[in-house]
Design a protein around this ligand. Structure first.
Ligand SMILES: [Zn+2]
Ligand SMILES: [Zn+2]
Length: 236
């Protein structure tokens, strides 16, 4: 959980309820440390309403407090720029690679060196997914590693010149904040979420095409594709 605003937290008890209903095992939940107690009270109230027991472990985290998930995966929270205690999260994969000096060496020779106790591997890490929750543009200075994530989920709440001044007050991103950094996004895929209900998805797509044309082919406006497929299905 990134933070306590209800558009981000209200579904949490329902996820636990559904897991319970379908007999799924316990799960781990992560949230910002300052709201851990409130999240627990919230979830436990829902469990009391349903007269069931949810199976979960809830951990409050601080930025940089990495948690190993197993099989080389880990999650690492980072600070974002919002109006409540909030975190973004990196999903990181670590894998073993042959150190460069040993690449191209015959397998028999590698096996011999390994047996002799030589360290011929090294671990490389990659941020597979970064999720920023709600944030204003301060996040780009707080956590520049998000530009390197393979998949970046970033909020983009506002479009339109009249709204640029409101953005900081509400702790959100305006499409202009992204356009100003268009050359920084090295991500394979950038997913824009959290568009204000005052705008339409195709308005955001048009703004992207106009202000960030280079980025547009790698960019998904969340909800857009499904909507388009549904429209196409109706037409056909
Ligand atoms: Zn929020
Ligand atoms: Zn929100």
């Amino acid at each position: 959980m990134s933070h306590g605003h209800l558009d981000h937290s209200l579904g949490l008890p329902y996820v636990l309820s559904q897991r319970n209903l379908h007999g799924l095992g316990p799960c781990r939940l992560f949230c910002p440390r300052p709201i851990r107690r409130a999240v627990e009270t919230f979830v436990e109230s829902a469990a009391a309403l349903e007269e069931v027991e949810y199976r979960y472990e809830l951990r409050g985290l601080e930025p940089g407090e990495r948690v190993e998930l197993g099989h080389g995966w880990s999650v690492e929270p980072f600070a974002v720029d919002h109006v409540l205690p909030s975190l973004g999260y990196h999903l990181i994969r670590s894998h073993r690679m042959l150190a460069p000096a040993y690449r191209g060496m015959p397998g028999v020779e590698l096996a011999r060196r390994r047996r002799a106790g030589e360290v011929i591997d090294r671990f490389e890490e990659r941020i597979e997914v970064s999720y920023c929750g709600d944030t204003a543009a301060g996040v780009f200075d707080l956590e520049p590693r998000l530009f390197e994530a393979r998949i970046l989920l970033l909020e983009c709440t506002f479009i339109g010149d009249d709204l640029e001044s409101k953005v900081r007050r509400f702790g959100h991103l305006h499409v202009a904040d992204l356009a100003a950094r268009v050359g920084c996004f090295a991500n394979e895929v950038l997913v824009l979420t959290h568009l204000s209900r005052r705008h339409r998805l195709d308005e955001l797509r048009q703004a992207v095409e106009k202000r960030m044309a280079n980025l547009a082919p790698r960019l998904i406006v969340f909800g857009e594709r499904q909507g388009r497929q549904r429209r196409e299905k109706r037409v056909s």
